[in-house]
Design a protein around this ligand. Sequence first.
Ligand SMILES: N[C@@H](CCC(=O)N[C@@H](CS)C(=O)NCC(=O)O)C(=O)O
Length: 138
Amino acid sequence: MNTAATRPAQPIKLYGNAISGHVHRVRLFLSMLDLPFELIELDLRQRANRTPEFLARNPFGQVPVIEDGEVTLPDSNAILVYLNERYAADPARWMPPTRWARRACSAGSRWRRARWPTVRRPRGSWRCSVWPPIRPRR
Ligand SMILES: N[C@@H](CCC(=O)N[C@@H](CS)C(=O)NCC(=O)O)C(=O)O
């Protein structure tokens, strides 16, 4: 639970939709950190992500994007790291303790989403979304 000193001055704006997994993971983490946010729904079928206003927020035209005061940030991975480092009372709780492990975790999570639908991590390992973190394709 984060403290009053680490709360945003106004609700974080989250541009996304209800069915995107990338948006869902950001919503989940916002909730876990107990941060106020407002979901701004974009209808991707109507190409709401291709308007000049939205492309100014994310030139790739993808959700999620957050706006937190002066900060505009796309990409769910980047957003999770940002929220953790800025607002989590104990950022180490959500990230592995060393730089190499953090790197492996982040690369692994991208790799998993691309190629490996179901993975498990052993009990007692870091809160990494994939195990093993990196395994090159043969
Ligand atoms: N690397 C991005 C991927 C985001 C992504 O693929 N978003 C999809 C929805 S799940 C999207 O906006 N697709 C619309 C498009 O690419 O035009 C992230 O992690 O946020």
